[in-house]
Design a protein around this ligand. Structure first.
Ligand SMILES: NC(=O)C1=CN([C@@H]2O[C@H](COP(=O)(O)OP(=O)(O)OC[C@H]3O[C@@H](n4cnc5c(N)ncnc54)[C@H](O)[C@@H]3O)[C@@H](O)[C@H]2O)C=CC1
Ligand SMILES: O=C(O)[C@H]1O[C@H](OP(=O)(O)OP(=O)(O)OC[C@H]2O[C@@H](n3ccc(=O)[nH]c3=O)[C@H](O)[C@@H]2O)[C@H](O)[C@@H](O)[C@@H]1O
Length: 456
């Protein structure tokens, strides 16, 4: 188990700014302080900053509360809404959101542009701006020239994409599997070498441990990030396409995944079939990538990602259809217990959550939904106010016509049929994440159905 503490190499402490303290920035700020740096986290959201100032994590992320408490107690980490406090930092990380534009596939760059514009008047000689947000290729070059025009004494800009996973964000930041620096003109220019030297100081601890480092130009660094997320999304949709076929012939997708996953060239990771991918990143990143390819005149290049997206969205519809099917053809007035709202376990993030999307669709089809989740209930209540919520599994399943497991939290994976058999109206369970043992549930008298697994 990862202890969330790393042995910190003897590093020269740098003063740095982290602009945008959401899922990425708050963790980055705390981890940079853990590595020995002096860090100021800045966000325009006063509520988020108030929570962070009180050493409270504004979202669920294992290990973050302890890390905030520890690093803030040292005095190395503080938070503010005042961008003027960025003045004097050696490095300024930009970690603001790049969500999908309303009604379009493209990323909305207004937060990144606003953050850089707000920062420029406070930049001093020799300071480096470092983008971490996920952006369309070409963004770094555009922002670099804006900085060069308006703050010519600075070291300009580098792009340092982030690969952390929610739920493992602290360990992923402290012990990344690789570091990527996109620097002006690439590794061999004088500007590139100076930017690299600053980033090497930032990441002295992981670099001393031998973390692989790729130093490249802006455009390659930007593409690395969206290529990585596109590959992961493609892997998930590949296995979900196989699951669709398994459903046609009553084959078992979990055995298929195990069998192909034993081939090292394929690998078993990210081959968990089920409801598919959601969250604040994979869905919007593949769409923004397609939009950007279109702008670059490469419309055909990424059309496969459209298929990746469609396969992914079809899984949600299939889940609703399955619920209707086991409820004898209609969801109207049926009590549907939903286990899970977060887009994945160990997170309270409900952005584009497959679980919440399925719950909302069932409600639209007349189902009487009661949902529970160990971490995401407050966020879910705000986003989908017209379903009912329960604090416990027992309360959620009481009187249910069907139980849907949609986010595979450990407590749901470990659920014993006996715990809830006496509470439901009908013993029917739909496993949207292939997280349960079908034999066990069937032996306890339940109708067990799953995406891509045999009917009985
Ligand atoms: N969430 C994740 O696991 C990862 C996210 N990313 C990328 O990082 C970026 C941020 O993502 P999240 O942290 O998830 O988003 P988020 O929505 O949780 O956080 C963004 C934060 O930026 C703040 N903000 C907006 N405009 C600002 C401004 N002008 N000045 C200061 N703060 C401002 C917002 O108030 C918010 O707190 C995105 O580009 C995302 O694709 C990359 C890797 C992992
Ligand atoms: O750019 C980002 O923000 C991040 O996006 C993902 O991280 P994250 O969104 O936190 O979560 P993942 O663990 O990748 O899961 C994404 C979604 O895919 C689903 N998934 C994952 C794996 C799998 O086998 N099957 C599957 O359906 C999950 O349930 C979840 O809904 C990437 O894994 C990170 O490397 C990246 O930094």
């Amino acid at each position: 188990m990862f202890s969330h503490r790393v042995r910190v190499a003897t590093v020269r402490s740098m003063r740095m700014t982290v602009i945008g303290c959401g899922y990425l920035g708050a963790v980055h700020a705390a981890c940079m302080a853990e590595l020995g740096h002096e860090v100021i986290g800045i966000d325009v959201d006063p509520e988020k900053i108030a929570a962070l100032q009180a050493a409270r994590a504004p979202f669920y992320e294992p290990g973050l509360p302890e890390l905030l408490e520890r690093t803030m107690a040292t005095g190395r980490l503080r938070f503010t809404t005042d961008i003027a406090e960025a003045a004097g930092s050696a490095v300024h990380f930009v970690c603001v959101g790049t969500p999908q534009k309303k009604g379009e596939f493209a990323a909305d760059m207004k937060y990144v542009d606003a953050a850089v514009d707000a920062l420029i008047p406070h930049l001093g000689a020799g300071e480096l701006v470092v983008g971490k947000s996920t952006v369309p290729v070409g963004t770094a070059a555009r922002l670099a020239s804006r900085i060069a025009d308006r703050a010519p004494d600075t070291e300009g800009l580098a792009w340092n994409p982030e690969f952390l996973r929610e739920g493992h964000a602290v360990e992923d930041t402290l012990t990344p599997d690789r570091l990527v620096y996109g620097v002006d003109g690439g590794a061999d220019t004088a500007e590139g070498k100076r930017a690299k030297a600053l980033l090497d100081e930032v990441y002295a601890t992981p670099l001393k441990r031998g973390t692989p480092l790729i130093v490249t130009d802006y455009q390659t660094a930007e593409l690395v990030k969206v290529a990585a997320n596109s590959f992961l999304a493609t892997k998930i949709s590949f296995i979900n396409a196989m699951a669709e076929l398994c459903e046609k012939v009553n084959a078992d997708i979990t055995q298929l995944a195990d069998a192909i996953g034993h081939d090292d060239r394929i690998g078993r990771k990210f081959l968990n079939a089920g409801l598919g991918f959601g969250g604040g990143c994979l869905p919007k990143d593949i769409r923004a990538f397609m939009a950007r390819a279109g702008e670059l005149g490469a419309d055909q290049t990424l059309t496969f990602l459209r298929e990746v997206d469609s396969i992914n969205m079809r899984r949600r519809i299939r889940m609703v259809d399955l619920a209707r099917e086991v409820c004898d053809g209609s969801l109207i007035g049926r009590r549907v217990a939903v286990l899970g709202a977060a887009f994945k376990p160990l997170s309270d993030d409900i952005r584009d959550s497959p679980a919440l999307n399925v719950a909302a669709q069932i409600r639209l089809q007349g189902g009487d939904v009661v949902l529970t989740d160990p971490a995401a209930l407050d966020n879910a209540r705000k986003a989908v106010p017209d379903i009912s919520y329960a604090e416990t599994v027992e309360d959620a399943v009481r009187g249910a016509d069907v139980v849907l497991l949609l986010t595979e939290w450990k407590e749901y994976r470990d659920l014993e049929p006996a715990t809830i058999s006496g509470l439901v109206k009908n013993k029917r369970i739909l496993d949207g994440r292939n997280a349960l043992d079908p034999a066990r549930w069937r032996a306890a008298g339940w109708t067990y159905r799953a995406l891509g697994r045999p009917r009985a």
